[in-house]
Every structure is written in structure tokens, then in C-alpha cells.
Design a protein around this ligand. Sequence first.
Ligand code: FES
Length: 275
Amino acid sequence: MSFQQYYAPITANTRLATNTYLIRLHAPALAEAIRPGQFIMIRMPNSSDPLLGRPFALYDTFIDMKKGRPTGIDVVYLVVGKITKLLANLKVGAAVEVWGPLGNGFPDPVGADHVALVAGGIGQTPFLAHIRELLGARGYGGQTPRRRVQKVSLYYGVRTANLAAGVDDFKNAGATVHLASNDGSVGHHGFVTDLLVKHDAPQHLFGCGPEPMLHALAKQAEARGIPCHLSLETPMACGVGICFSCVTAVKTSDGWDYKRVCVDGPVFDAKCLQW
Ligand code: FES
């Protein structure tokens, strides 16, 4: 395990959409090491309530222009439970405990010109850094920037318009953004996977969001013959492979077995998952 633990001061905590915030943590070594698709665990310092941390995907790293290198970690979170409520109330200058980088990150979509990223709910959060890496705007984890694909499309589904968070960030990063909403208040009225199927097939799919959406995406990918990787949003307790609270079923040569999402994922080849 190559993760480290940090006491990370907060340098920004700003609202992006309804109940959705971006928090920026000063953690230069972590920012230099982390890659798109990996995650960090955040815990309140000097507190046993809540006792455990919570996983958060990397949204992007923050580059200090004077130093010319990444010094911060940006995380986007929806306020849904105790830790995220506490996070939303933290001011600049406060600090949190952080450990990372954790998980495997997104694989290269080898041979693909056009990649589609499919997000539901708060599942858009791993995709900003991913877009920048795919289009060669940024290198992560010490890698030199390298363009991997020609086009990235983001299909992003939300319950309602005011929950769409970071849309301008994704557009500014160079993605073509297609929105869908359950209530029709923005974009396509209906499921994001139904919007995806109306468009030309990409050569590789990545997905992150609620399990029913991921299952629908996996089925669509299989039917259209498109390679697909999914980032799972499984609840986690330790984040480092010790507690087995995050297991998911994967296919094996003689049936199926459990894998720990925190260390074997969170990104899995969709065809390996046992739904
Ligand atoms: Fe503890 Fe994965 S969260 S083993």
C-alpha cells in the first residue's frame, strides 16, 4: 500500500449546486501522486463522531501557478450524511484528516478515438480530471500530459436541474456535455442511458453513478459491443483493504467471488461484475 495520511488544511469550500460543494485541500504530496479515478478518505480530525472516514473521488488537482506543480486536491460532495454536513460547515483554515491516493484509477482506453463518460447523481465527480488526462491537457501522478483520445463526451443525468454540478468545468475541459434529468427540467427527460443510446457509439465507455444506472450501462455496452469500465460508489469504512465492508461480486473461471472495491477497484471492467 502506497497511500499516506495527511492533516490537510482547507483552502476553499464553495457551493456548486443545490447541496453540492467543492472543497479544496492543501496536500502537495498527495496532489502530485493521485491519478484520475482514484479516491481519498476524509475524516474529521480529533473527533470520534463519526468515527470512520468516507471515500471521495478526486475531482481534480489544483495547480499552484507560482510553483508550477499541483498542491491541492479538489473534491466535490453532495450533502447527504453526517460527514458531508460537517464538511459543508468547515471554513477556510480548518483542516481534515486525509489518506490516499487510494484505488486503481481509470485504465487507458487503448485504441479509442471517442470515449463517452456516463454519470448519474453525484457520479460526475471522477470525470473532470479524467477528461483533462484523456485530452492531454494535464498529466497526473507525475506523468507527462499525453493526448489519449480525440473526443470525450459526457452524458450526465440528474434528478433535477439545480443538482447539476460542475457542468461548466466539464465543458471548459473540452468535453461535449449531454444532460438528462428525471423531471425534464434540463436536457433529455429521462434516463441518461436512454440519451446515450440515441447517439453514435463511442469506442469506450466509462460510468459512475447509482447501481441501476451502472447495470443498464453495462447491458448497453455489451449489446453494442463497446468496452466499458465502471467506477463503483460502494460504501467504505477503512478504504485500505482491511475491513471487507466494501466487497462486490465478480465473475471467476469457476463462478464468482468477492473483491474489495477499495483496493481492487473502484474501477472494474463491466463484463467482470456479477450483477
Ligand atoms: Fe475496508 Fe474496503 S473499505 S476493505
